[in-house]
Design a protein. Structure first.
Length: 300
């Protein structure tokens, strides 16, 4: 939802958007959130909050995005991210935009470089296997579908072609040298590509980092895509998740690898669309951040 420039969204309108946003998130992970409140862990969905250092309340909370004002919205005046305009409406502060300008530039550079490359669809999710290769201490307290020896055999039989540093850095020492190329943080922009599940999930991370500068619809779209990508990530992993209701994608077989590529391709297409939207948003915000500060917000 967008407002006419200068005209704030009325309270009933933005409240409807906020409620619909929370309901959308709850429809995907409501049972998980209930279990989380009871202190129970989930090896698939926890990742979206623990690894990405997010709280569910952040994902459930709707924001209009930079440049859209809200009338009668003191609910949002709980920190420094929003300021009050002269007409009493609240809007995301210019100070926040300028503070996040370096981050905007870094994200824009990374996702633009990622989008410029063709999707590579031959990794088969083996990064999860490389994280447990020849180790007595797997990352998750879950049984291995093929056992330790069977898992190691898959890593030794199939090439490791990981392109995402934040997956590669968790490889066991024995698996690191098996990757097609060594990866570092400094070379991340040179290797990221749109077929990678983790590069796709990171669109959600980028939205989280940019906070209320990003509208709720884009955050929710990226969160849903991250959840679907994470689901494939773990279904194709060496872990046995059948008791949690996840049917394995057996990438150790030709049929399983074909199934993985089919799902990965669909996720990459969705990621391409969202990456374009996030790129456009970052570009517009960078342009605005470079312009002289404007009047109209009191900062109260």
């Amino acid at each position: 939802m967008t407002g006419v420039p200068g005209s704030p969204l009325a309270r009933p309108d933005w409240q409807a958007s906020a409620q619909a946003h929370a309901a959308r998130i709850d429809a995907r992970i409501g049972p998980y959130l209930a279990e989380r409140r009871r202190g129970r862990k989930h090896p698939v969905i926890d990742f979206l909050f623990t690894y990405y250092s997010a709280r569910p309340v952040q994902v459930r909370r709707w924001h209009p995005g930079y440049g859209v004002a809200l009338a009668d919205a003191d609910d949002y005046l709980t920190g420094k991210d929003y300021v009050r305009r002269d007409d009493g409406a609240l809007t995301v502060s210019e100070e926040l935009l300028r503070r996040r300008r370096p981050l905007l530039g870094a994200i824009h550079e990374l996702i633009t470089a990622t989008a410029a490359r063709p999707a590579r669809l031959s990794c088969f999710g083996l990064h999860e296997w490389a994280m447990v290769y020849r180790t007595p201490n797997p990352r998750h307290e879950l049984p291995l579908r093929l056992g330790a020896a069977g898992t190691d055999a898959v890593v030794e039989a199939l090439p490791l072609r990981c392109t995402h540093y934040d997956a590669f850095r968790f490889f066991t020492p024995e698996a690191t040298g098996r990757n097609a190329v060594p990866l570092t943080r400094a070379t991340q922009p040179a290797h990221e590509q749109p077929g990678c599940l983790h590069a796709t999930m990171d669109l959600y991370r980028h939205c989280l980092k940019l906070g209320p500068l990003i509208g709720g619809e884009l955050l929710a779209d990226c969160f849903e895509l991250a959840l679907d990508a994470r689901t494939l990530d773990m279904r194709a992993s060496p872990y046995d998740l059948t008791e949690l209701g996840y049917r394995p994608v057996a990438i150790e077989t030709p049929e399983g690898r074909a199934d993985y590529v089919r799902i990965q391709t669909a996720l990459a297409r969705r990621g391409t669309q969202l990456r374009e939207r996030l790129t456009d948003t970052c570009r517009d915000l960078l342009h605005t951040a470079a312009a002289p500060a404007g009047p109209g917000a009191t900062g109260r």
